[in-house]
Unconditional design. Structure first.
Length: 377
């Protein structure tokens, strides 16, 4: 994609006109097209009532296929979720059905939704201590997995509080070779970089879509590798899990797949919006998005270096994602906020997360403000 088209794409996100927005790691800015799907949904519901439900059901089948294609999965391996936290709870409940006392390794600074489901489902949790800047020594992590006899690793592809991107391909291959189940939170990756669950050898992947996919709230997705359906039992069940007319008298009657987790009605609106957001990702090209973000990040790092702003997230290219953490505190954050620059206080500093709709000029403006702040203290 030619660079000149990014400005045209930016025009589809009107909220960007009123602020300098570098906070897509917290929430992506939706487009005119995705907003229109929401308007159409309520208009149809208002005018035609529940007669629309059959049409929505058919459209959701298409969305499920789009979600599967976006991560290199099969349609029956996909569950459409309302959020990431539910997906991790489903994963923990499912993995508990085989035997009790499993040991789960999580990173010390992981997001709560990655940690808590294992706690409430009575798993033994081993926390791996990250470096000060949030980095992980992968060889050391592998050694811990072996020494602690870890059976499940639950990890974010990209850490929300530091931006550290783990070498998931390496970790996935190691876990598969050693019979360790790998459960991944891809929330800070989906929509920002290419994902292929087969290449990465992920067993379970869960993602919210309101960040880099710019799909708004109320939707998410979960992938479960089809082999796991043969080993574990369904942890939840509802009228929609097998179809309302299905005759289920015992667990062995259940045809376990990604559909089984769909216990009841969908959030039709949010799911249809997700389908449109995936269409937009594909129209731009996820590889193009990944390159665009990398270019913006590289430029940001150069400008920060020029003005002497310290980095917390100082990583090699392999471990660099769409998030940069700079040294800063609430006073700096408040100063940026007063100048209509939206960033987040996260981890050990201030999180800056540019997306494809940001510009190099905005980075210049941000750095000018940071330089102004630095001179004022």
């Amino acid at each position: 994609m030619q660079t000149s088209n990014w400005q045209q794409i930016r025009q589809n996100h009107p909220a960007l006109q009123n602020q300098t927005y570098f906070d897509s790691a917290r929430c992506g800015i939706i487009s005119k097209q995705t907003a229109e799907i929401g308007h159409e949904f309520y208009h149809d519901f208002l005018e035609k009532g529940p007669a629309m439900r059959q049409i929505w059901e058919e459209e959701i089948k298409v969305v499920r296929q789009k979600a599967a294609d976006s991560i290199g999965a099969k349609k029956h391996e996909i569950t459409l979720l309302p959020n990431c936290s539910i997906g991790f709870n489903y994963a923990a409940q499912m993995l508990r059905t085989r035997k009790q006392g499993k040991k789960v390794l999580v990173l010390e600074e992981e997001y709560a939704s990655v940690k808590m489901p294992w706690l409430v489902n009575h798993f033994e949790i081993v926390e791996y201590a990250q470096h000060f800047n949030g980095a992980v020594d992968l060889e050391e992590l592998k050694q811990t997995i072996l020494e602690e006899k870890i059976e499940i690793v639950a990890v974010s592809y990209v850490q929300f509080s530091s931006g550290f991107k783990i070498d998931l391909k390496d970790l996935g291959a190691f876990c598969r070779e050693n019979g360790v189940v790998l459960v991944v939170d891809a929330t800070q990756a989906f929509g920002a970089m290419e994902l292929d669950v087969k290449t990465l050898k992920v067993d379970i992947l869960v993602a919210s879509v309101f960040k880099w996919a710019c799909a708004g709230f109320g939707a998410g997705l979960m992938y479960v590798r089809e082999k796991l359906f043969e080993v574990y039992e369904p942890p939840v069940m509802g009228a929609e899990s097998q179809g309302i007319a299905a005759k289920i008298e015992q667990i062995s009657d259940i045809e376990f797949s990604g559909y089984t987790f769909q216990t009841g009605n969908y959030d039709y609106k949010s799911t249809l919006i997700l389908g449109t957001a995936i269409d937009q990702m594909n129209q731009i090209g996820v590889s193009n998005i990944e390159v665009r973000i990398a270019e913006l990040q590289y430029y940001l790092l150069l400008q920060l270096q020029k003005i002497g702003i310290g980095l917390v997230s100082d990583y090699p290219v392999l471990n660099r994602a769409a998030i940069t953490i700079i040294e800063g505190d609430r006073v700096m954050w408040e100063f940026l906020k007063s100048n209509k620059v939206v960033v987040s206080l996260r981890g050990k500093g201030i999180r800056i997360s540019p997306h494809y709709y940001n510009t190099f000029e905005e980075i210049d403006d941000l750095c000018a403000l940071l330089q102004q702040f630095k001179k004022s203290i």
